[in-house]
Design a protein around this ligand. Structure first.
Ligand code: G4P
Length: 290
């Protein structure tokens, strides 16, 4: 489900997270490895207010592994511990409790030195819609707990889920909102499927996708769609549309008069991208910020 965010929703979401922060030792911030910047809430540092934090780059099965490594180095430079996971299959998910304990070792050591037996560390998963929060909670719990597609303000009774013997997790995640002011953020989230078809213009997103993908991943694009002619100028809209038409022709998206049905071609491009059929693709790299 796509959430329409208004200032009132953001205020409520923020309050909900702040209330949950009081209950936990560590925040687990979930990002989409394909768009680590666009899937990051712009106010996350302010909202989490210095709580110990583990950053998870999720959906690494769909992301470019080399760029994921660069992002991990980037977060390390910012002083954050990060881990690259795939919540849908569980890859490296079992390292989460280990990293959490490492991040909290000073607090735990202090408790032990005071003669207190440390209780299980308590965590909260936070992230924007569709980054995989519910999938991860279910994976960590080893059973279906969280309904996917949670909305802010739709709360149920909160419970602690045991993750092994030394960690507990709140069963409802903290839902954050993305950086809507930047139009490219919206486009990238739509490309990855985080913003749903009903609220986007498919052709507009596919146009943006073809521009980005031919620039960054021409080899994968040309192989998947049997293309031979890359855009000569990425800023020339006619050239991008020409590539979209080439794809449409290859996939038989034709209407009367031999014209290409761009809407149909756009749907195919986005479906194949999201399913990972174009290979592992990351749309943002730390170098873009330099
Ligand atoms: P949320 O709670 O943060 O909103 O996200 P949720 O767990 O509902 O996950 C959103 C979609 O992302 C789900 O797809 C889920 O299966 C998929 N997903 C989560 N983690 C991973 C991952 O590591 N790799 C891959 N490839 N997919 C992942 P869905 O149920 O099909 O929903 P949708 O595609 O219709 O949005």
């Amino acid at each position: 489900m796509t959430i329409q965010w208004f200032p009132g929703h953001m205020t409520r979401a923020r309050r909900e997270i702040e209330a949950k922060l009081k209950l936990i030792d560590i925040a687990i911030e979930l990002l989409d490895a394909r768009v680590p910047l666009s899937s990051r809430n712009p106010m996350v540092d302010d909202i989490l207010k210095g709580k110990p934090r583990l950053i998870l780059l999720n959906k690494t099965d769909l992301a470019d592994a080399r760029t994921t490594d660069k992002w991990m180095a980037y977060f390390a430079d910012m002083g954050h511990t990060s881990l690259a996971i795939d919540a849908s299959t569980g890859t490296r998910v079992n390292e989460i409790p280990v990293r959490v304990k490492q991040l909290l070792h000073e607090k735990i050591a202090r408790q032990i030195s005071k003669g207190i037996t440390p209780r299980a560390v308590r965590g909260l998963i936070v992230g924007i819609p569709n980054v995989g929060k519910s999938t991860l909670i279910n994976r960590l719990a080893g059973r279906a707990i969280a309904a996917t597609g949670d909305r802010p303000g739709v709360t149920k009774g909160q419970q602690w889920i045991k993750v092994g013997t030394e960690m507990e997790l709140l069963d409802t995640p903290g839902i954050l909102w993305p950086k809507f002011e930047d139009q490219h953020v919206g486009m990238k989230l739509a490309m990855t499927g985080a913003i749903k078809e009903q609220v986007i213009n498919v052709e507009e997103v596919a146009f943006f996708a073809v521009k980005e993908l031919t620039k960054r991943y021409w080899d994968s694009m040309s192989e998947r769609f049997s293309l031979t002619n890359p855009p000569k100028d990425y800023d020339d809209a006619d050239e991008i549309v020409r590539v979209m038409e080439d794809i449409g022709r290859k996939r038989g998206c034709l209407v009367s008069g031999g014209r290409v049905d761009l809407e149909k071609a756009s749907g195919i491009i986005l479906r194949e991208l999201r399913a990972g059929n174009l290979g592992r693709i990351t749309l943002e790299s730390p170098e873009d910020m330099m």
